[in-house]
Design a protein around this ligand. Structure first.
Ligand SMILES: [Zn+2]
Length: 303
């Protein structure tokens, strides 16, 4: 290696080391993989994000682990879904002793802020039971248009705790939203064959997704969120499947198979596996590919 090249190599390493030492990534904790992915889209290499709920578990039934408290100890921000989706995080925050991560604290981020929630009252039969969507349906990240609001909330929080890098985060968000808009056009086209076709879902997960893409979920296998079906509810579903010519039953990988298989076997409807969160299937590695995967499954099923 010539002297000049050697000098450049040394210089590059020195700059990188200085950069890394002077700019430790901001440690952010999210309750879910979806919020983690959106935060990574905004924060790029200046954030290091962990999700408390692992990719394949149901966040609404999550049992926090002792190491989750440890993860909160040095968190610059705590991102929560809110809308009662991740209530278990309240106890973790108390155990961590970090009041700034609690509701209203300066490092607490409720990502449902400014989102118009669906099913807020009365529109869902018996919403007070089970794990309850009592304060509105919390699955709002499944409308990709809501990512604009969610990342706006994240940007505001990042600018608050890391003001010198606010412009960097703003640029990250702008780039992400441009990619999102391009994707939305592609998804709108690809999903067309599935629009309006009656489907049944296991849990009432898809309200926002269905509204955005004009999908028709005729019923849910759970009579109320979190409540398993009774024989009479299943009989009612069989009727709905027959009368409305339901061609697909949607389940997430972590939902029970038993009733889905029963209804599919009786009716010949297809079983479609959709991902409600990043990482629920290997193809859904980040927020945008979550929709690539789901739209792809629907387009294939109804083509
Ligand atoms: Zn739910």
């Amino acid at each position: 290696m010539g002297a000049a090249l050697r000098f450049l190599a040394v210089l590059a390493v020195a700059l990188w080391t200085a950069g890394a030492a002077g700019q430790q990534p901001l440690r952010v904790v999210a309750t879910t993989t979806d919020l983690k992915s959106l935060m990574e889209a905004v924060g790029g290499n200046r954030v290091q994000v962990v999700s408390l709920v692992p990719p394949q578990l149901d966040a609404e039934d999550y049992q926090p682990k002792p190491q989750d408290v440890a993860r909160l100890r040095d968190a610059a921000l705590l991102l929560r879904v809110g809308a009662d989706y991740d209530l278990w995080a309240d106890k973790l925050v108390r155990q961590s002793g970090r009041r700034e991560l609690a509701r209203g604290g300066e490092r607490y981020v409720d990502c449902s802020f400014s989102i118009a929630l669906l099913d807020v009252r009365g529109t869902e039969v018996g919403a007070s039971g089970g794990h309850a969507h009592g304060n509105g349906n919390p699955h709002y990240w499944l409308d990709p248009a809501n990512a604009e609001i969610i990342t706006g909330t994240m940007l505001e929080a990042l600018a608050r705790v890391d003001a010198p890098n606010a412009k960097f985060y703003e640029a990250g968000r702008t780039q992400f939203l441009q990619r999102l808009r391009d994707k939305m056009r592609a998804w709108d086209q690809a999903v067309a064959p599935a629009q309006g076709k009656p489907m049944i879902a296991y849990h009432n997960t898809w309200a926002y997704f269905a509204r955005r893409f004009r999908l028709n979920f005729a019923a849910t296998i759970e009579p109320r969120p979190g409540v398993p079906p009774t024989p009479s509810h299943l009989a009612g579903l069989k009727n709905i499947i027959k009368k409305q010519n339901v061609m697909a039953i949607v389940r997430q990988p972590n939902e029970p198979l038993k009733h889905v298989q029963f209804l599919a076997g009786k009716s010949g409807a297809k079983v479609l596996v959709l991902a409600a969160s990043v990482g629920a299937v290997p193809e859904a590695g980040d927020y945008l590919s979550l929709f690539d995967y789901n739209i792809g499954v629907l387009a294939q099923a109804f083509k």
